[in-house]
Design a protein around this ligand. Structure first.
Ligand code: CA
Length: 341
């Protein structure tokens, strides 16, 4: 396969703190010999494990970009054993536009793996991660949130994997992230996911959903910053610290065992969620109502939970369309698990 057109301005093998770019040539109307300049930080101190930390895989999710921008600006090589590679805005064109997908090619980076070196801009970014960055990494953390159209209880997540040893290593890293919730996630369609690429490469991988609605909160950013540090401590890259950020806390283990977790809208209209995030739901309980909103006097359509559990995700905007995910109800497996790195 041909080489990637992306050129890093950083040296992945140099010690110290480097702030540079992944330079992706992109010729267009306002920059004939232009490039997309994707910010990257490499912090290295001698031999040791490598962590690859990413945000902005989807351009309208903000906890990752905020927490990783802060980390990139403050983490010193002297505090590191090994290497930390930070890409806070993975799909940088999408991030700049504030949209889930790229305004250049409408590419959804998290459906574009393994990518192509001679494909679209989004496919070129995927290919660079697949063939150049992933091989450098031992531990991979990809920070997501709900974006403009979903909202989540804050959780770190892993997938059920064919290799039980790898899954156990991912679960330990998820618990070290120590979000209020920890999820075994079910993907309805895992083709093209960065997650799948990382897991198939045999890495310790943790993903997250830390909030949503196309913004971030004080609480969700604090959870993210604490989680990133816990993840790096677990990897043995930074020291444990005795501070408020490491105060004892617990996580609740959630599971999404099958498709009945999802409630999908079969109507367009005005959405009334009948539960808030984190509330318990009985099987068959009304979880949402959708109003026609083109006339008065008609009864709303009722949506009932297809399983009992906790409302873990919801459609965020007030209007809903046919095909949208309205709600996700997860099983609560275990509460009060102590967080240990
Ligand atoms: Ca996402």
């Amino acid at each position: 396969m041909r080489a990637s057109p992306i050129q890093p301005t950083v040296d992945f093998n140099a010690d110290g703190e480097q702030h540079g770019f992944l330079k992706l040539p992109h010729s267009h109307d306002v920059s004939a010999w232009g490039a997309e300049m994707i910010p990257i930080t490499v912090i290295r101190n001698g031999e040791g494990p490598t962590a690859l930390l990413t945000g902005g895989n989807h351009g309208d999710e903000y906890e990752g970009p905020i927490a990783l921008s802060k980390l990139a600006a403050t983490l010193k090589a002297s505090a590191v054993r090994g290497r930390v590679i930070i890409v806070p805005f993975m799909n940088f064109p999408a991030f700049r536009a504030g949209t889930r997908t790229s305004p250049i090619d409408r590419g959804n980076l998290n459906r574009s793996f393994p990518g192509k070196p001679d494909g679209t801009v989004t496919e070129k970014i995927a290919d660079y991660f697949q063939r150049y960055l992933l091989p450098l990494a031992d531990y991979v953390l990809d920070l997501h949130a709900g974006g403009r159209t979903l909202d989540f209880v804050p959780f770190a997540a892993i997938h059920v994997l064919p290799d039980a040893t790898q899954q156990a290593r991912c679960e330990a890293a998820m618990r070290a992230f120590g979000a209020p919730y920890s999820m075994r996630m079910l993907e309805l369609d895992s083709v093209g996911l960065y997650d799948t690429a990382v897991e198939e490469a045999g890495k310790v991988f943790v993903s997250t959903e830390l909030g949503g609605g196309g913004t971030a909160t004080v609480q969700s950013v604090a959870i993210t910053e604490r989680g990133v540090r816990g993840f790096l401590q677990h990897a043995g890259i930074i020291e444990h610290e005795e501070s408020g950020r490491n105060a004892p806390r617990t996580t609740t283990l959630l599971d999404m065992p099958d498709g009945t977790c999802y409630t999908t809208s079969e109507h367009d209209g005005l959405l009334e969620l009948c539960k808030d995030l984190g509330e318990m739901v009985d099987s068959g309980e009304v979880i949402a109502r959708i109003y026609d909103a083109k006339r008065t006097g008609a009864a709303p359509i009722e949506y009932r939970a297809r399983r009992a559990g906790m409302l873990a995700a919801r459609h965020f905007p007030g209007l809903v369309r046919i095909g949208d995910t309205v709600a996700v109800v997860a099983d609560v497996l275990e509460r009060g698990i102590p967080v240990t790195v």
